[in-house]
Design a protein around this ligand. Structure first.
Ligand code: ZN
Length: 117
């Protein structure tokens, strides 16, 4: 069982946005329920390891380790995270060896955000 949030050495989660901190809590709760380890492998590192316009640099993205999970769990977690977070402006993408989660609201597209001014 998961008891805490793991953070890969060198990963910076200190500068995550408030939205991402809430998303961290959602991830923690979901993975705890599913009995999966929750390890953040990338946050808001200043090093140019991501694409130039990546939301990682502004603290609005994290990467989640999937390699320790049983087969097909990455797809299942991605599906469930989308179901919870997509509607409030998060994008969840399964990218090869990790799940990328970013806060990128499209106010017109997200039903719950459409009336936010
Ligand atoms: Zn990422």
């Amino acid at each position: 069982m998961t008891n805490n949030i793991g953070v890969k050495f060198g990963t910076n989660i200190d500068n995550l946005s408030e939205e991402m901190l809430i998303a961290l809590g959602v991830c923690y709760a979901l993975m705890n329920t599913m009995g999966l380890n929750f390890v953040v492998t990338s946050g808001a590192e200043p090093d140019p390891v991501h694409k130039t316009n990546s939301l990682h640099y502004s603290g609005k993205a994290i990467d989640i380790r999937i390699r320790e999970w049983p087969k097909d769990m990455a797809e299942e977690v991605t599906r469930r995270l989308k179901k919870i977070l997509d509607i409030v402006g998060f994008d969840v993408v399964l990218e090869g060896n990790h799940i990328h989660l970013e806060y990128d609201p499209h106010l017109d597209d997200d039903p719950l955000m459409a009336n936010v001014t």
